[in-house]
Design a protein around this ligand. Structure first.
Ligand SMILES: Nc1ncnc2c1ncn2[C@@H]1O[C@H](COP(=O)(O)OP(=O)(O)OP(=O)(O)O)[C@@H](O)[C@H]1O
Ligand SMILES: [Mg+2]
Length: 435
């Protein structure tokens, strides 16, 4: 017979082995670093201007970043910081190279969600984050998935659970409970209402002392930060159920939204959420905080099936939140939740596969213009990127067949540009907060 104690013991053994393997295999070279980008990439793929125009402009002003020249080649190679400096300082044909961003607005938030495992959520989140950073945006990622694929891919493998979405939620529970208690005390008629008490196991973790920025970690990309996740954060689903019991009035699903609201409006342009393959406390926080919902789906029939049940279950879960309207101050929480945009995005798409094309047209018939026009193609470049998921943007084109790299990059670029154009439209609909 095996009880939870036996399982705990098996896990303890496994953890010992895990740390042994990590020690044996760790080497500093495995830390992620961001490569430089060639003048060809900077001109044609990043700024989308003629290569010789770009070279001329850079040569004409020696105070602009000049990149590094490699011994064997004529190309210059630029860091992302250098690219961003050029973007700020240079105009080409009197046009700014800066990406569009409405003034006076907070960052726009997009959730990549589907409860189908392996739909391509993390791959899409990683590529959109990288494409947006190359486009000149400042990006914050929030990893809601304890599998932590996105965190690992962004080079964060040593994260302690209090600095994950779980920490954000527990901190929010403490703060919201204090706020509700203070409101009860303040109101004369409410004086008889009971004060809610949280156990020391929650209040003594020191979470309420953490600052907003304590949860945010830098990545190897200078303009991408992340609120990471880790395997230990898996118990957030279990803990959250307990927390709701401790304070049933706590609007648990709005914890991350409140957290993000407390960031200064101008700290980021785009906030991207990678969701776990389940509808639970974490994914509800992600979708509730999101302005825009992106639903990736593989092109198979079963994937169509699960995507269909996903939207059904999500719809029910969102409807259930209706009862919380009364427990929060008017104006701070908008119910029912409304997205500014919802899109379906086909991933791992093979244009020569008849079944895939048939499914694409079925998706199109059913979802109409909710289906993103440009699917993300299946590409070996991503599939084989190694222990960490590396994006096509991180892979140096000299390390593989140029044609394979270009094709893969082209597919992600097209999907990203469509995503960006939709975001910019949705951004206009977001209210100015004036913070
Ligand atoms: N466009 C693509 N081309 C080739 N392989 C892909 C592509 N997109 C995703 N994959 C591969 O499919 C697998 C699942 O992708 P991914 O991790 O992005 O899915 P997910 O929806 O985040 O999964 P989970 O539900 O477990 O979080 C990965 O091995 C990934 O490398
Ligand atoms: Mg994932």
């Amino acid at each position: 017979m095996f009880t939870h104690q036996d399982l705990a013991q098996l896990q303890a053994q496994s953890l010992k082995m895990q740390s042994f393997i990590r020690q044996q295999t760790y080497s500093p070279e495995m830390e992620k670093t961001l490569r430089r980008f060639s003048s060809w990439e900077v001109a044609e793929l990043i700024f989308r201007v003629n290569q010789s125009t770009m070279r001329g402009r850079l040569a004409a002003d020696p105070s602009l970043p000049q990149g590094l020249v490699e011994e064997d080649g004529r190309q210059r190679w630029y860091s992302l910081d250098e690219i961003n400096e050029i973007r700020r300082r240079l105009k080409v044909n009197r046009k700014s190279l800066m990406p569009p961003r409405p003034a006076g607005k907070r960052a726009i938030r997009a959730a990549i969600a589907n409860f189908k495992g392996g739909a391509g959520k993390s791959t899409v989140a990683l590529h959109f984050a990288h494409a947006a950073a190359l486009d000149g945006y400042r990006v914050l990622c929030v990893d809601f998935d304890p599998q932590a694929t996105l965190s690992h891919s962004m080079g964060l493998s040593d994260v302690s659970e209090e600095f994950t979405v779980w920490g954000v939620m527990a901190r929010d529970l403490i703060r919201e409970t204090e706020r509700m208690n203070a409101a009860v005390q303040g109101a004369e008629s409410g004086a008889a209402l009971p004060q809610r008490r949280l156990p020391a196991s929650v209040t003594d973790m020191g979470l309420s002392d953490l600052r907003v920025t304590d949860f945010i970690k830098p990545t190897s990309w200078p303009t991408i930060d992340i609120v990471p996740s880790c395997a230990n954060a898996a118990f957030v689903e279990f803990a959250s159920a307990q927390y709701r019991h401790l304070n049933p009035e706590w609007s648990f699903f709005a914890a991350v939204s409140r957290y993000l609201d407390s960031l200064p409006d101008d700290s980021y342009d785009l906030i991207l959420f990678d969701c776990p393959p389940a509808i639970g406390y974490q994914s509800m926080n992600a979708v509730f905080a999101a302005d825009v919902l992106y639903i990736p789906s593989g092109p198979g029939y079963w994937e169509y099936d699960s995507t269909t049940s996903f939207i059904g279950q999500l719809s029910e879960a969102l409807e259930d939140l209706g009862r919380f309207g009364s427990s929060v101050p008017a104006g701070t929480l908008k119910l029912p939740k409304a997205f500014t945009d919802v899109r379906f995005l086909l991933t791992r798409f093979e244009p020569n596969n008849e079944l895939h094309r048939a499914m694409q047209s079925a998706f199109g018939k059913v979802f109409g213009d909710r289906l993103a026009e440009h699917p993300i193609e299946m590409t070996r470049a991503v599939e084989q990127s190694g222990r960490f998921l590396s994006s096509i943007y991180e892979i140096d084109y000299r390390d593989m067949t140029r044609e394979t790299w270009r094709r893969a990059r082209g597919s992600f670029d097209q999907a990203y540009v469509e995503f960006r154009d939709n975001l910019v439209k949705a951004w206009d609909e977001i209210e100015e907060t004036g913070a």
